[in-house]
Write a protein that binds this ligand. Structure first.
Ligand code: SF4
Length: 484
C-alpha cells in the first residue's frame, strides 16, 4: 500500500498509487490488460496499422467497452485489406495465448469476434491478429502513464454519435420536449404489451403477471412469470377459497422448485413457519404438480442473497393473496399527489405492510442473514412503477377512454423519480447528449425517452451511425428552434 507520509504532493503520491494498482493487473509480460483496453478505446495507434499476417487494417470504430462478461468491445467496425467491412466484437489480450487460456475459443459469447488485439506476438506469427506494441502513436511509457489516468469506460469525444452535434444545438426546452415525447412513445409501447396481455388473460391477471415478472429482474423474469401464471390458474380453480398468504407462498415455492424435498425433525425444530410452508406444499402439491418447474430454469449464478427468488416470491405471495390490491392501485392512480409523494404512496401499497420472516432469509434452508433487508427497495419499486404499474394504468385508462386518467398517468411517468443509473444510460448520455452527468436527465420519463431513441436508432445501425435518420431529425428541430 502506498503511504501518505513524506510525499511531496498529491500528484507524486497518485502516480505511485496508480502504478501500484496497475501492477496488480499486470501479467507476466509486464503490460496491464486494462491499459491496453484504454489504448484501444481511444485508438492511440498509428494510422498505418498492419495485422500479423501483413494485411493493412483501418479501425472505423473501436466499439463500446463491455464491462460485463464477453468480448472487451462490442459493435466495432474494422476494414481489413481484401475483406468487406466487418462489424462485430473485439477482444484485447496481452498475449495471443490468452484467447485459449481464458476459454474464449469455446465460449459462444465470443463467436462474433472480428478482431483479436494483442500486445505482442511471436515474430513468426502470421495470424490476423493486431499487435499493438510497435504500432502505438506515442512512446509506451508516456502512453501507459496517460492510460492509467483515464477513467475506465470514458467514451472519447470523437466517438460521440452523429446526432450529438444537432442535439447540442437544441434549446433546453426543445431537448426536454424531445425526450418527453420519446418517453411517452416508450410508455405507449409498454402499455400495448399490457393491453395484449389483458386481452388474453384479463386486466387484473395482466397486472399481476407484470408485477411478479418484474421481481425476477432480467435474469429470472420468465420463471417468475410462469409461477404467477400457474398461481392465477390455481386461484381460479381450487386454491381460491384457501387463499391465505402462507398457502400461496407454499404453492409458489413448490411450483418454482425451491421447496426442499426433505424436511427433517431437526429442521422442524428450527422454524415453525418454514415447517408449516413445507407441510402445506406436500398437502396441496397434487393440485399444483403439473406446474412444477425444474430448478434449472432459474439463473442463480451471481445473484446476491438479498435478491434471491425465494424472497421475491414471498413478496409476490402477499400481492397474490391480497384481493384488494389492484383496486387500491387504481384508486391511487386517481389521486393528485405530486410524483415524489405518489412514489411513497405506491411503496406503501406494494411494500410489505408488516415485518416479514423473509427480511433476513434468502433461501428456504439457509439460516438468518446478518441483517434485515426489506423485500422491496426503492430502486425495484421505481422499475415496477415505470415498467409495469404506470404502463398498465395507461393501457387501462385508454381502453376505458378516460382521457383525464391517461394524462395523469403520463404526467406521473414523465416526472417519476429517476431510476438508478446504468451502463446503457451512461453510454447513451455520452454518445447522444455529450453529457457525463446523470443530472442532465430530469426524471424517469426522460431516461426512458433516451432509451427509446437508443432502441429505435442506435440498436438498428452500427457504431458509426451508418444511415441513421435521427441526426437529420434533430437537425431540423434545431433549425426550427433557431428560426423562432
Ligand atoms: S445511431 Fe443514430 S441515434 Fe444512435 S448515436 Fe448514432 S446518430 Fe445518434
Amino acid at each position: 500500500m502506498v503511504e501518505f507520509k513524506n510525499r511531496s504532493s498529491y500528484a507524486d503520491w497518485r502516480r505511485e498509487a496508480l502504478d501500484e494498482l496497475c501492477l496488480r493487473e499486470t501479467d507476466e509480460a509486464g503490460v496491464p490488460e486494462r491499459v491496453l483496453q484504454v489504448v484501444w478505446q481511444h485508438q492511440r495507434l498509428r494510422d498505418d496499422l498492419r495485422l500479423c499476417d501483413g494485411r493493412s487494417v483501418r479501425v472505423l470504430h473501436p466499439g463500446f467497452w463491455n464491462h460485463g462478461a464477453g468480448p472487451d468491445f462490442r459493435k466495432a467496425v474494422v476494414a481489413i485489406e481484401g475483406e468487406e467491412v466487418l462489424r462485430g466484437d473485439v477482444e484485447v489480450d496481452v498475449e495471443p495465448a490468452g484467447w485459449h487460456a481464458h476459454g474464449h475459443d469455446r465460449n459462444p459469447s465470443f463467436a462474433n469476434t472480428i478482431l483479436r488485439v494483442v500486445w505482442s506476438a511471436p515474430e513468426t506469427a502470421r495470424e490476423p491478429w493486431l499487435c499493438l506494441r510497435d504500432q502505438l502513436d506515442a512512446p509506451w511509457p508516456k502512453l501507459r502513464e496517460w492510460a492509467l489516468r483515464e477513467p475506465p469506460g470514458e467514451l472519447p469525444d470523437r466517438l460521440r454519435g452523429v446526432c450529438c452535434e444537432p442535439l447540442k444545438r437544441l434549446t433546453a426546452g426543445q431537448l426536454d420536449g424531445l425526450l418527453n415525447e420519446a418517453g411517452i412513445v416508450r410508455l405507449e409501447g409498454k402499455a400495448a404489451h399490457f393491453e395484449a396481455l389483458a386481452r388474453a388473460r384479463g386486466w387484473e391477471a395482466a397486472l399481476m403477471i407484470g408485477l411478479v415478472s418484474g421481481l425476477g429482474y432480467k435474469r429470472n423474469a420468465w420463471p417468475m412469470r410462469r409461477v404467477a401464471e400457474a398461481m392465477l390458474l390455481l386461484d381460479r380453480s381450487k386454491a381460491r377459497a384457501a387463499e391465505r398468504e402462507e398457502m400461496t407462498l407454499a404453492l409458489m415455492l413448490g411450483i418454482s422448485g425451491f421447496m426442499p424435498h426433505e424436511w427433517s425433525a431437526e429442521d422442524r425444530r428450527r422454524s415453525d413457519y418454514l415447517s408449516r410452508l413445507w407441510s402445506l406444499w406436500w398437502r396441496l402439491r397434487e393440485d399444483a404438480d403439473e406446474f412444477k418447474m425444474p430448478i434449472v430454469v432459474w439463473q442463480l449464478g451471481g445473484v446476491r442473497p438479498v435478491n434471491r427468488p425465494e424472497r421475491r416470491l414471498a413478496l409476490a405471495a402477499r400481492w397474490l393473496a391480497d384481493d384488494g390490491l389492484i383496486r387500491r392501485i387504481e384508486d391511487w392512480s386517481r389521486g393528485d399527489s405530486k410524483p415524489a409523494v405518489a412514489a411513497r404512496e405506491l411503496m406503501a401499497l406494494l411494500g410489505p405492510t408488516n415485518e416479514s420472516f423473509w427480511e433476513d432469509r434468502c433461501t428456504f434452508v439457509a439460516g438468518p442473514m446478518p441483517g434485515r433487508v426489506p423485500l422491496l427497495g426503492r430502486s425495484r419499486l421505481n422499475e415496477l412503477a415505470v415498467n409495469t404499474v404506470l404502463p398498465w394504468l395507461h393501457a387501462r385508462a385508454r381502453a376505458g377512454r378516460n382521457r383525464a386518467l391517461v394524462r395523469r398517468v403520463e404526467q406521473l411517468f414523465l416526472t417519476w423519480p429517476k431510476a438508478e443509473d446504468n451502463a446503457v444510460l451512461r453510454l447513451a448520455r455520452r454518445r447522444l447528449l455529450g453529457e457525463t452527468s446523470a443530472g442532465c436527465l430530469r426524471g424517469a420519463g426522460q431516461q426512458q425517452g433516451l432509451l427509446q431513441i437508443v432502441r429505435d436508432f442506435c440498436a438498428r445501425t452500427d457504431a458509426l451511425c451508418t444511415d441513421c435518420p435521427f441526426p437529420a431529425y434533430a437537425g431540423s428541430l434545431a433549425e426550427s428552434g433557431a428560426r423562432e
